[in-house]
Write a protein that binds this ligand. Sequence first.
Ligand code: HEM
Length: 451
Amino acid sequence: SQSLPPGSFGIPFIGQSLSLLWAMRANTAERWLEERVKKYGPISKLRLFGKPTVFIFGQAANKFVFTSDSSMISNQQVQSVRMILGDRSLLELSGEDHKRVRDSLVSFLKPESLKQYVGRMDGEVRKHLEMNWEGKQKVTVLPLMKTLTFDIICSLLFGLERGARRDEFVKYFQEMIDGMWSVPVNLPFTRYNRSLRASAMVGEMVKDLIREKRVEFEQKGASSHQDLITCLLSIRDKDNKQVLSENEIVHNVMLVMVAGHDTSSVLITFIVRLLANNPTVYENILREQEEIAKSKASGEFITWEDLAKMKYTWRVAMETLRMFPPIFGGFRTTLKDIEYGGYLIPKGWQIFWASSMTHMDGSIFQDPAKFDPARFENQASVPPYCFVPFGGGPRICPGYEFARIETLVTMHYLITRFTWKLCCNDDSFSRDPMPVPTQGLPIQIWPRKLV
Ligand code: HEM
């Protein structure tokens, strides 16, 4: 019989959760994990968020996590995430259910559908810059990018326009996210408890939206493409029955809000920061974007074809995702006893993976601490399962194209309309669990003359 991986469970129930969360907030999580590897090797046991857990890392670990059969490991999330997002979110589903719900989301998020929304994203970006950037000398990038990506999601995915209702939505939504990664202790004063209450409020608000969208679609003949909720309501099987249940729509709309909002805002924020520190990269991006701006009439929207020309800009985004992946890692749960790396991982244990560790491995990416977008000129040179900011396998991020479009459109307008300088030389950031620059990245800005 096989032995359990090395490592200790730490203190009862809490285990190493607080120690890891602490390291993440201090931006030493990578070091925390590296030290584990040094001490125990590439596989070790510990206790996180209330459950026995195995931590694994490396190219083989990424491949194992992303492609294992769903009868071996399930995607069941840590308890706090499951309670907050609901048990019918894509993250909790497997097999046929996962495929049915995922296919429904993808019918809205696939490139052929998103093509028609580039103009609407462009409108949101320009409005955002007019309201929050123009006429200012100093802005703080991260909170603004959060507002922008949330605005884009509200408009495109929920058909929820600006106003008091959207503001209320944002408020509860933020409280909900704050407790996602917490030790699940449901007492009145915990982060987790506040987050659960906010999640119930957000759920009710989404249900109201669904009721309204249903009336618009079924009685007033609104287009099924007007937003994600309407699209999900409109998907029917061969007997004309709605393919997704009401709970599935609610839980997945909440998932998309969480998955699509912080991730892209963090990416754009880090690009802004890196450009301020890399004049050559900045010049190259500027040249590419000015070329595109010159080819357009004033006021004309960015098109799908323009996006295809932003090759260098997207390489910069990829290199940013390599060094500062918004998603650090995640969890899976074993459904049976599994043998991995010569050890036994018992049924019901959590598997904790941290994909970002291959991004900074010098044997895979030469000189990994150097910011160098040229690495991605030839993507085939990157070995499989080593560059995984969007995951891999059947659960690879379905929001990839959405993120690409909003990042490129935003960078186009930021770079052609403004120049900027960092207000503080403090290059540090912490993870919460997304990477966040200390102080949210305050910058000084100047308007540029339009070409
Ligand atoms: C830079 C931006 C983004 C990054 C880095 C990112 C990263 C990821 C990663 C790593 C996963 C896989 C997690 C796993 O295997 O457990 C994932 C899943 C997911 N992402 Fe994204 N994401 C981004 C943007 C978005 C956007 C904009 C949306 C929606 C509009 C979105 C929706 C989702 C959903 C629904 C899943 C779950 C898929 C499934 O379980 O089948 N993401 N994302």
